[in-house]
Design a protein around this ligand. Structure first.
Ligand code: GRF
Length: 203
């Protein structure tokens, strides 16, 4: 009797600079059997960021770049080391979840069409930093989040999915960001599952 073969999980690396709530929901979706993937490497430019706790708790290899010469990006040498680590861990999709460094050519060309980012606005509106604050300042009544492929620009790659949230009277940047994050935690694993299924179509 031929039992159906189980798909091999797609190997993800999650890169983040902050508390790592998106990384945590991706891990939860995997554990719940809703995402056919595994997180094979967590990377941060902040050795003590919350995302490093997830690596420790779940025994996931963790790589950090504590000393960075530039504020907004890794040095070329560091980015080459990052690419080597991603290759060594057999990474298939690079997931940016609150990663605060601009991605440069070595990484982009090593993973063409395989780097995705989550951004806290409905792109193309409000690219760049503190998008939730930009939405409040602009008097927007609707905001949300976007998952998109990463290209050379700032939050400019092909859009893979979006989820909207209302901006309520009296919202502060913090309260709006908290509402957007709830949407992120739903949208990101959903889009990642779509990408993972596309990578394993006939298994
Ligand atoms: C998210 O809101 C993401 O959209 C933005 O940074 C935040 C990261 O949050 N780019 P977390 O570290 O995943 O909690």
């Amino acid at each position: 009797m031929n039992l159906p073969k189980k798909k091999s999980p797609v190997r993800l690396s999650v890169l983040g600079s902050g508390k790592g709530s998106n990384c945590r929901t991706i891990l939860s979706a995997i554990c719940a059997g809703q995402l056919d993937a595994e997180i094979a490497l967590i990377v941060s430019d902040q050795p003590d960021a919350g995302i490093s706790d997830i690596a420790r708790e779940a025994s996931i290899p963790f790589l950090s770049f504590p000393e960075t010469r530039y504020r907004t990006r890794l040095s070329e040498e560091q980015e080459s080391r990052l690419v080597a680590a991603l290759y060594n861990h057999g990474i298939e999709i690079v997931v940016l979840a609150g990663y605060m460094r601009v991605i440069k050519a070595p990484l982009l060309s090593a993973f063409p069409g395989r780097i995705v980012n989550i951004h806290p606005s409905l792109l193309p509106q409000f690219p760049g930093l503190a998008a939730w604050k930009q939405a409040i300042d602009a008097g927007a009544t609707v905001s949300g989040c976007t998952v998109h492929f990463v290209d050379e620009g700032i939050d400019s790659g092909e859009i893979l999915g979006q989820e909207t949230v209302p901006v309520l009277p009296g919202d502060t940047a913090e309260s709006l960001h908290a509402r957007i994050q709830i949407a992120e935690h739903h949208l990101f694993p959903t889009i990642l599952q779509r990408l993972c299924s596309a990578l394993r179509p006939n298994e």
